[in-house]
Design a protein around this ligand. Structure first.
Ligand code: C2E
Ligand code: MG
Ligand code: MG
Length: 488
């Protein structure tokens, strides 16, 4: 009781239960000496202590016998209270689903039991938890133990497992965090482990992803952005930058792309790839998308002369937005409230959309096309889409990913591929744009290949809405050199 700060909640509860039961029984015996309850109370008390501390359902994983996830929420705070340092390895096994499918669940279960047994053998004195069907955590209390465990776990998953009739590979991704206690609460630690896993693609080989200072900083940066996102959405702190696109044939800007920007008071400008990605993960993208959509609509409303000049604004939509039932109607409502023509909008969808067929998504896209909103397939060539899927999506515009120009695209084979893509897209009635054009050489090469629309720093950088206002005030509608020079 004097050292209660050092004990966890459960441990304290067990001690109190023991004291209370013991006291009550002793008191009864003191008054009614014919009831010999003290020893009985002692036994019950010990049983309660055992049950509270080692409640098998919450503490032990019934299949593998290692600690269960539920116990982690109790174990970590206990270590923190004791000021105990610890290091953790997370093992994620990828082939469990396939094994269950191919050989049956019993083989999958047996493999998990074998894994747990092997882990128990190599990690004496460490704490092993099974936190998901296919994930284990091993806590080591010293750096030396951690290093040793890491080596042996790597070796274990590099050797095939015996499933009776045959030996099978059972590859795993192993993520390691040293000084994990610094990631204070348990959710942060698990979130960091998830972050580490995503740093490398799933593979058929056992992979080790170790925590480094840079990755840790990257993760902590993301966590701060994540926190800030709530305020940013609540207080609508986003901005929209616009990047004009150039028509080489016409010699002027034809349209522009709206790009979201978010500034943090101390971190500065947060890259959209980071905050959009986070918003997509936690569903905030719907709210964010609508805030920005309204902002773009307001910009259009107050820049009608510019809109007549450039024709339309390209707006990025995330797959999640397209999947939301009735999303098209929500956007139409905003457009109609401000009485804007549909033709001023062109929606950009990423290539992943084209590869993941979904009724809802195609319905939303066809709703847009029906009212005359064009669809542009963004980042074409960055993933796995094919021209077949292109045709299915019925996009009006095809935007080649900037990796095309970044790679150089000056090899003969590459040129053949790109010029054919451009040609085929043209035959399918699509306009082809290339993004990421940064210099004259790239621009010339694209023209040679038959791509006459370009977006990139060479022509204009994304700029805040005030940059246009400034240009308009001077009577310069964005056109040619003015924008190139005015770009920031
Ligand atoms: P994206 O749609 O492919 O947009 C083009 C990106 O290329 C922009 O990056 C732009 O600044 C950048 N860029 C343009 N020209 C050049 C160039 O010459 N060189 C290089 N290196 N980059 C160039 P940004 O603004 O960082 O946006 C990144 C991505 O974030 C966008 O890629 C888009 O997928 C997403 N995004 C941005 N705003 C929104 C939004 O409001 N909603 C959604 N759903 N996604 C958005
Ligand atoms: Mg885009
Ligand atoms: Mg793009």
């Amino acid at each position: 009781i004097f050292h209660q700060d050092e004990y966890g909640k459960n441990e304290l509860r067990a001690v109190w239960e023991f004291v209370v039961v013991g006291f009550v029984c002793t008191a009864i015996e003191a008054v009614y000496s014919q009831y010999l309850l003290t020893e009985f109370g002692l036994i019950i008390g010990i049983f309660i202590v055992f049950w509270t501390l080692y409640n098998p359902q919450t503490v032990v994983d019934s299949l593998t016998g290692v600690f269960a996830k539920g116990y982690l929420n109790q174990w970590i705070p206990e270590q923190m209270k004791r000021g105990q340092k610890f290091h953790v390895l997370q093992i994620s096994i990828w082939k469990l689903k396939q094994v269950n499918k191919l050989y049956g669940n019993s083989v999958g279960d047996k493999l998990l039991i074998d894994v747990a047994d092997e882990l128990n053998q190599i990690t004496e004195g460490n704490y092993i938890f099974r936190i998901h069907g296919n994930q284990f955590l091993i806590f080591s209390m010293s750096q030396a133990d951690y290093e040793k465990t890491k080596q042996e776990v790597m070796e274990l998953f590099q050797t095939p497992f015996d499933i009776g009739d045959e030996m099978i590979d059972f590859p795993a991704t192993i993520c390691g965090i040293t000084d994990a206690e610094e990631l204070v609460d348990n959710d942060m630690m698990l979130a960091y482990l998830e972050y580490l896993i995503l740093l490398k693609p799933k593979s058929d080989k056992t992979t080790l992803i170790e925590n480094s200072e840079t990755t840790r900083q990257g993760f902590l940066y993301e966590q701060r952005v994540k926190k800030y996102m709530n305020t940013a959405i609540e207080d609508d702190l986003f901005e929209v930058y616009y990047q004009p696109l150039y028509s080489v044939k016409d010699g002027h800007y034809v349209t522009m792309e709206a790009l979201s920007r978010l500034k943090h008071p101390t971190l500065g400008m947060i890259p959209p790839d980071i905050f959009i990605n986070l918003a997509e993960k936690n569903g905030q993208i719907i709210e964010l998308g609508k805030l920005q959509f309204r902002r773009i609509c307001r910009f259009m409303k107050s820049h009608t002369a510019l809109m007549k000049q450039i024709g339309s604004i390209k707006i990025n939509l995330s797959p999640l937005e397209l999947l939301k039932t009735g999303y098209s109607q929500e956007l139409f409502k905003i457009i109609n409230e401000l009485e804007l023509p549909y033709s001023w909008f062109q929606f950009e969808v990423t290539e992943t959309v084209a590869t993941e067929y979904s009724e809802e998504l195609y319905k939303t896209i066809s709703d847009f096309r029906e009212v005359g909103i064009e669809i542009c397939l963004d980042d074409f060539g960055s993933g796995y889409s094919s021209l077949g899927q292109l045709q299915q999506l019925m996009a009006d515009v095809l935007k080649l990913d900037r990796s095309f120009v970044r790679r150089g695209m000056f090899g003969t084979r590459e040129r053949i591929v790109i010029s054919n893509v451009i040609h085929m897209a043209g035959e399918l009635g699509m306009q082809v744009i290339c993004e990421g054009v940064e210099n004259a050489k790239q621009a010339e090469m694209l023209i040679e290949l038959g791509c006459y629309y370009a977006q990139g720093f060479y022509y204009a950088k994304p700029m805040p809405k005030d940059a246009f206002e400034g240009l308009l005030e001077k009577g310069n509608v964005p056109h040619g050199e003015e924008i190139r020079n005015g770009a920031s």
